[in-house]
Design a protein around this ligand. Structure first.
Ligand SMILES: O=C(O)CCC(=O)C(=O)O
Length: 271
């Protein structure tokens, strides 16, 4: 397993076109992230099925106890759902999103617990799953815990967003809980991020990115992730409908063929 040293990711929105990724530190406060962390952690300890994906993971795998939560913003009957929906449409996020891709709708929320020893997610491109068209999606990846190489923070390949979205090859099941792998384009290298609670990484739907396992014994790497698409999008995979408008109301657009939840889990319980 290769471990990368943390490297600078530009915070300058003007660099988004060149790099396809920017890191905005302190967009949310540490107190806000304490609230997010507590609500999701209480729920996963009480009930990991309602929102949890990957329900066929081997019971010996730590991720079976801490599956990622998908689309919590649709469950406003739950505290985590209200939090996710409120933050998805928070003006601090939407202002940056709008400056990067224009007026946008929310398409997805996810919460990763990534407990100690959990596998990461092999390098991939998000729009392979979202199928937003004619433009791509934008991710806002919010650090809920301190994260770095040791607990499996995200790695990104600046500039890789200029390549086409490609079909994944098979990932390494020892390192990745998802099955697809997209290698960085020739000559481009992954950069290791390092983030504090409340920092946000914004990245393009074609950007190659992923994460390695959490190698610590005691540090969760929780993150709250949103995906946005331009309001002018003509279609998107059905998993992402309805979209969420900035005022919190639902919106529907035509369904694209293919796609699905971000990152295919390995088929069956074997992995
Ligand atoms: O947080 C991770 O480890 C991977 C998340 C990711 O790749 C994504 O949000 O698309």
């Amino acid at each position: 397993m290769t471990t990368l040293r943390p490297q600078h990711i530009s915070a300058n929105e003007a660099d988004y076109g060149r790099d396809g990724v920017i890191q905005v530190n302190g967009l949310f406060t540490a107190e806000e992230m304490n609230t997010v962390r507590a609500a999701f952690t209480v729920l996963v300890h009480q009930d990991r099925k309602t929102l949890g994906a990957e329900d066929d993971i081997d019971p010996g795998d730590i991720l079976s106890r801490y599956p990622r939560f998908m689309q919590p913003h649709r469950r406003t009957d739950l505290e985590v759902g209200r939090i996710a929906r409120r933050l998805m449409t928070d003006s601090r996020l939407l202002d940056t999103v709008q400056r990067l891709i224009g007026p946008a709708h929310g398409a997805q929320s996810m919460f990763y617990f990534k407990p100690p020893t959990a596998r990461g997610q092999a390098m991939h491109q998000d729009n392979y799953f979202l199928r937003a068209h004619p433009e791509t999606c934008l991710a806002a990846w919010i650090a809920v815990d301190d994260c770095d190489a040791a607990n499996g923070a995200l790695s990104v390949v600046p500039g890789s967003h200029a390549m086409e979205v490609v079909c994944p090859e098979e990932a390494d099941a020892e390192e990745s809980f998802t099955s697809g792998l997209v290698r960085p384009p020739a000559g481009m290298r992954a950069r290791q991020t390092s983030m504090r609670p409340g920092d946000v990484l914004f990245f393009h739907g074609s950007l190659v990115h992923g994460s390695l396992p959490n190698t610590t014994t005691d540090r969760f790497r929780r993150s709250l992730i949103f995906h946005y698409v331009p309001q002018s999008s003509l279609e998107i995979a059905s998993w992402y409908l309805p979209l969420v408008a900035p005022d919190g109301s639902d919106r529907t657009i035509p369904v694209a063929s293919g796609g699905g939840p971000c990152g295919d889990a390995w088929p069956g319980a074997a992995h």
